[in-house]
Design a protein around this ligand. Structure first.
Ligand code: ADP
Ligand code: MP5
Length: 283
């Protein structure tokens, strides 16, 4: 029997912790065939990002065309898109998929958008134009958006508790979806992730579904500095579970459980001089 197929649209991380390395390894570990569209090549290790080469727009478009016209994609996950043009190109593709949906797959793909703006190391992976392109074009079309606390603050332009930010962002996106191009699905769910680098006790991710009060999803925190790639791994695990047909809340719980398992595995690794990689092993 065929496995479900998920597509990551993201940048590379030469250190193998985040970006497409995390996404494809996570898809494989969770029984999903992974396809990838590369948006940017980063020179990166556990200490930071030293160079970013955006992939030419035409090459991004050609990759999207190749994959989406051929494979029965059950879920799309976006990570670092890097430029406003890439955000808009992906949004246009999502609209096209929804309007002229191909018979290759039984249902429309779930779209998980991790609005990557800043790396854990502090490197800027998307500027102000990328932030507004996300808000105007891609986020309103998503099934679920997974900002961390800093990204949620950046998207809304102010501070707040994770619960307040999740609620406000879901409300704002529902408003934008109503006015967006055809194909909008009626508002994205938002999960503000609660990674705590000083983790002790528990981590709480806040899930806000359109028109509903946010709910806390809590799991045990793993005290470790090996957390490079955690956000990418969470988003791709979420996409993998959605590709298997798991409902959103359960998929979010299972994605957090996957991240916790992998962080436990890599908790005491001593790879690299900086924040080491989260594990992506299936042994
Ligand atoms: N130390 C940790 N222990 C357990 N779960 C964690 C830890 N750090 C992050 N997570 C979980 O990983 C997922 C991604 O969160 P986060 O770290 O906020 O993403 P990002 O890498 O984008 O900052 C969330 O489910 C979060 O709760
Ligand atoms: C190519 C790429 N994509 C995403 C991230 C964010 O991941 P993190 O927040 O763990 O640094 C990254 N560092 N590099």
């Amino acid at each position: 029997m065929n496995p479900p197929v998920a597509l990551t649209i993201a940048g590379t991380d030469s250190g193998g912790a985040a970006g497409t390395a995390a996404d494809l390894a996570t898809f494989a570990a969770l029984g999903v065939h992974g396809a990838c569209v590369i948006t940017a090549v980063t020179a990166q290790d556990t200490t930071g990002v030293s160079d970013i080469h955006p992939v030419p727009h035409a090459t991004i478009e050609a990759q999207l065309e190749a994959v989406l016209d051929d494979l029965p994609i059950a879920a799309i996950k976006t990570g670092m898109l890097g430029t406003a043009a890439a955000v808009e190109a992906v949004a246009q593709r999502v609209v096209k998929l929804r309007v002229t949906y191909s018979p290759l797959s039984a249902s429309q793909p779930a779209v998980v958008v991790d609005p990557v703006l800043v790396a854990t190391s502090g490197a800027v992976l998307g500027g102000e134009d990328v932030r507004s392109a996300y808000l105007d074009h891609l986020l309103p079309l998503a099934t679920v958006v997974t900002p961390n606390l800093d990204e949620a603050r950046a998207l809304l332009g102010h501070d707040g508790t994770p619960r307040e930010l999740a609620d406000e962002l879901a409300t704002a996106l529902a408003g934008r979806a109503a006015g967006a191009a055809s194909g909008a699905a009626g508002g994205a769910a938002v999960i503000v992730t609660g990674g705590d680098p000083e983790a002790t006790g528990t981590c709480t991710d806040w899930l806000a579904e359109p028109g509903q009060p946010p709910i806390p999803l809590t799991h045990p925190a793993v005290p470790t500095s090996n957390d490079h790639g955690t956000g990418c791994t969470y988003g791709s695990a979420l996409a993998a579970h959605l590709a298997h047909g798991v409902p959103l809340r359960e998929a979010a719980e299972q994605a957090a459980a996957y991240v916790t398992r992998q962080l436990t595995r890599s908790q005491h690794w001593t790879l690299g001089r900086g924040r080491g990689p989260i594990a992506h092993l299936n042994t």
